[in-house]
Design a protein around this ligand. Structure first.
Ligand SMILES: [Zn+2]
Length: 237
């Protein structure tokens, strides 16, 4: 599945420590075709966001008989059970492979979307020098005021690096259906898609909103499924 994500607000990502010196920096990833780094959202981060939604969506889909599958209420991303439908589709610690592969999402110039989609992300990163958008990130300084003293709280001045609204990112999500065990492939597709579509209703970074759009989907037979094709049509670019 080939996707774009366009920021509708300032994009804030990065490791969580808001300390005086170590600012929250947006993630950058290396692009061989330019021999340098571009602004990106890390694949594991996006996968984690989607998985978080899957925990919330799966019970609804099961209750409404859209998918079948086992739930384990104690299962979380941090402490996976290995038994529930989320673990079977996303993988779990101690498991062999995760059936879902999520690439980094790279900041691009939107006019190259179809060229990247046609070549695929991996080839594009190696061979296309032009699509990668060197976004000027900005910095915002935050100060936290101590409630008691009314002064700046110690260590509470921190800087976050931000990506401007309108920045478009390109990435790919693959469901490796041959690795899915004990779950119906159609159910796995429905669950994944419904969860991805939730990113449009939620924050995708710290106070960041974005719009996920689907550029291309394989295999095409996924459109034979009414539920999937309805979800897709809501995510057309
Ligand atoms: Zn689980």
């Amino acid at each position: 599945m080939k996707l774009t994500l366009t920021l509708e607000s300032l994009g804030l990502w990065g490791a969580g420590k808001e300390t005086f010196k170590a600012s929250t920096v947006t993630f950058k990833a290396y692009v061989p075709a330019i021999g340098g780094e571009v602004l990106a959202i890390s694949g594991p981060y996006i996968k984690g966001l989607i998985r978080g939604w899957t925990y919330r969506i799966a019970p609804l889909l099961i209750r409404n008989k859209i998918i079948k599958g086992k739930l384990v209420s104690e299962c979380t991303s941090a402490s996976t059970c290995g038994e529930c439908i989320v673990c079977k589709v996303f993988g779990y610690s101690g498991g062999v492979y995760s059936p879902i592969k999520v690439s980094n999402f790279y900041a691009i110039d939107p006019k190259f979307i179809s060229e990247i989609a046609e070549k695929g992300l991996e080839t594009s990163l190696l061979t296309l020098p032009n699509p990668w958008y060197s976004v000027e990130t900005g910095f915002i300084t935050h100060i936290r005021i101590d409630d008691v003293t009314g002064k700046v709280a110690p260590g509470a001045l921190f800087v976050v690096e931000i990506a401007p609204p309108g920045t478009t990112f390109y990435g790919e999500i693959e469901l490796m259906e041959n690795l899915i065990v004990d779950v119906d492939v159609d159910d796995a597709r429905r669950l994944l898609l419904a969860s991805i579509s939730q990113l449009n209703q939620s924050y995708i970074g710290r106070r960041s909103r974005g719009r996920i759009s689907v550029i291309e989907v394989e295999p095409q037979d996924i459109f034979k499924d009414d539920f999937c094709s309805e979800v897709f049509s809501s995510m057309r670019r």
